[in-house]
Design a protein around this ligand. Structure first.
Ligand code: ARG
Length: 288
């Protein structure tokens, strides 16, 4: 009896981690040619701190090259000198099933980015491009899993944009209340690891008690991030189903990701962090 028990335990321990499969992705990015921090619209931004522009560019190029080396495709937006936050391309739209919901920015400093994104999609033949009525900051606040669109609110996107997205995409939108100004966008506090499996990682401290309970109910198997990894913006990550590109300083996430069969790839975007963004903020996914 004891022997059988031991054998079972040994087999269980040697069981390989889930096979993870990457799927090829299409991303939209914008080089930080004119990146700078001259205003502050989130607690990470301090105009008194100098930005090393050549370093910012080199770090961004490293991220783009990683995507290409993993077999993903990267399309580029033309950066504009008057829009220093354009590098955070995730905020410009949300694309699901080839349908494009444009953004409407909360702060005047970024308002004109929205039209540039809309124009990019229209000129590339996307048929269903919608200019939104309500404030939403694209994938900054919308995260897509197989079953839901998770939607942040509290700092940027309006709750009204959630119904707008639900109507436009025909997918259930789950509103989540963000309560900590450091995690002002949903993508600073939550990351989708595997869409089809509804697998996510998140930092509970960024959410209201009710939203925490909703997340626990919908995603009981989620990877829960510790405060120090969230504070390194570790949840601002991009997964292709196998590789998880994440801010390199979020070291506490590496092992839990590996245990689940993912391959963490640390990226140093230290200069862009001065704008309050990292891997995910720089990356808009073009789905379908
Ligand atoms: N400075 C930008 C802002 O505050 C950073 C945006 C980061 N993007 C993101 N997807 N979280 O709007």
């Amino acid at each position: 009896m004891a022997l059988t028990h031991n054998v079972v335990r040994t087999i269980a321990r040697e069981e390989p981690t889930l096979p993870r499969e990457a799927s090829p992705r299409r991303y939209l990015m914008c080089p930080p040619a004119h990146f700078r921090v001259t205003y502050s619209i989130n607690p990470w931004m301090d105009p008194a701190k100098p930005v090393d522009l050549p370093l910012a560019l080199a770090q961004w190029e490293d991220l783009r090259d990683r995507y290409l080396a993993l077999g993903h495709s990267v399309s580029l937006l033309e950066p504009r000198p008057e829009l220093p936050d354009m590098v955070f391309a995730a905020n410009g739209a949300t694309v699901i099933d080839g349908r494009v919901l444009g953004a409407r920015f909360a702060y005047e400093e970024r308002v004109r980015e929205a039209e540039i994104h809309l124009e990019w999609f229209r000129s590339r033949g996307y048929a269903d491009v919608r200019e939104p009525a309500h404030i939403n900051e694209g994938e900054g606040d919308f995260a897509v899993t197989g079953s839901y669109v998770l939607a942040g609110r509290g700092f940027r996107s309006s709750p009204l944009s959630h119904s707008e997205a639900q109507e436009f995409f025909g997918r259930p939108v789950i509103g989540l209340d963000l309560v900590d100004p450091r995690y002002y966008h949903l993508d600073t506090a939550l990351c989708v690891l595997d869409e089809a499996a509804d697998e996510i990682m998140y930092y509970p401290g960024a959410f209201s008690p009710g939203s925490r309970a909703v997340l626990a109910r919908l995603f009981p198997g989620a990877l829960i991030a510790a405060e120090e990894d969230a504070a390194a913006l570790g949840l601002n990550a991009v997964s292709d189903g196998r590789h998880v590109l994440l801010p390199q300083a979020a070291v506490g996430l590496y092992e839990p990701l590996r245990e689940r069969g993912f391959e963490p790839i640390g990226i140093d975007l230290g200069e862009l962090l001065k704008g309050g963004g990292s891997v995910k903020c720089c990356t808009q996914e073009l789905r379908g």
